[in-house]
Design a protein. Structure first.
Length: 265
């Protein structure tokens, strides 16, 4: 697949670059450039990112960073079974538990929320850092909702991290999920409060909390494209206001051959 000339491979994380040092130099450069393309395209064009990840996988399937990148590309395109296989492979290679929450979410994506909940109770969760534990809590709450256990989802999200006033990278998403869970059990006033708190913490625009707040407040946004178009305005102008070239030159022309002429707008 074509790769822009400005992509050198040097853009990748230093830890990934260290992993690629086990490969021949030219091969390592090719893999690195494909991994850069995966990272660039993952959010804006997941299918293209997936295609680049498959190239990297063919070149270096024994590199954990490549398996992880392939997993995230598969996850982004909804190929959850494939993503889970890649994440498991990466975990076997590194021994790290960092991928545990996204692995559990793959189980949800495959329609197995009970397995995601089981993973939420495994010892691996205690080995996660704070961000990972919050992510695991979000996945567990989602699994509860999948099973129709809305009240349990609310309880799952109640935590010291939710109550904290400090803003972390995961704060907006946690508050948003809690607001959504509250809304699902009919606690609308509280849900509005937490959507507002999510918006306050959402400096990167990772949620649509502002839209949810507007929806709760009954605010409707009008699309400019729905307004009257210039063509409609011209069609509705009175005859006297139309350009002279559009007017018949004489009354006789108006009455002559009207049956054969198309109707004037």
């Amino acid at each position: 697949m074509p790769i822009p000339e400005d992509v050198t491979g040097e853009e990748i994380d230093k830890d990934v670059r260290q992993e690629l040092m086990s490969l021949p130099k030219t091969l390592a450069e090719d893999v690195a450039r494909n991994l850069v393309m995966v990272a660039r395209l993952l959010d804006e064009d997941a299918e293209q990112a997936y295609a680049y990840s498959r190239v990297a996988l063919r070149l270096a399937s024994r590199v954990a960073a490549v398996r992880e990148a392939a997993g995230f590309a598969s996850y982004a395109t909804g190929k959850y079974s494939e993503a889970l296989a890649e994440f498991r492979a990466a975990r076997r290679m590194t021994g790290s538990v960092d991928l545990w929450p996204v692995m559990a979410d793959c189980e949800r994506g495959m329609g197995r929320p009970e397995r995601a909940l089981a993973m939420a109770g495994e010892p691996e969760v205690q080995k996660l850092d704070k961000a990972g534990q919050v992510e695991m809590r979000l996945v567990a709450a989602g699994a509860r909702q999948d099973l129709g256990q809305a009240e349990a989802a609310v309880v799952t999200l109640q935590s010291p991290e939710l109550a904290s006033n400090s803003v972390q990278p995961w704060t907006a998403r946690l508050r948003y999920a809690y607001a959504d869970a509250l809304l699902a059990v009919g606690r609308e006033a509280e849900a509005r409060e937490w959507f507002a708190k999510a918006l306050e913490a959402d400096q990167g625009g990772t949620t649509n909390a502002s839209d949810r707040l507007a929806e709760l407040d009954g605010i409707e946004f009008t699309d400019a494209l729905d307004e009257e178009t210039p063509e409609e305005t011209v069609a509705e102008k009175p005859e006297a206001d139309k350009p002279e070239a559009d007017k018949p030159e004489a009354e006789e022309i108006e009455s002559e051959g009207t049956e054969d002429r198309p109707q004037q707008d």
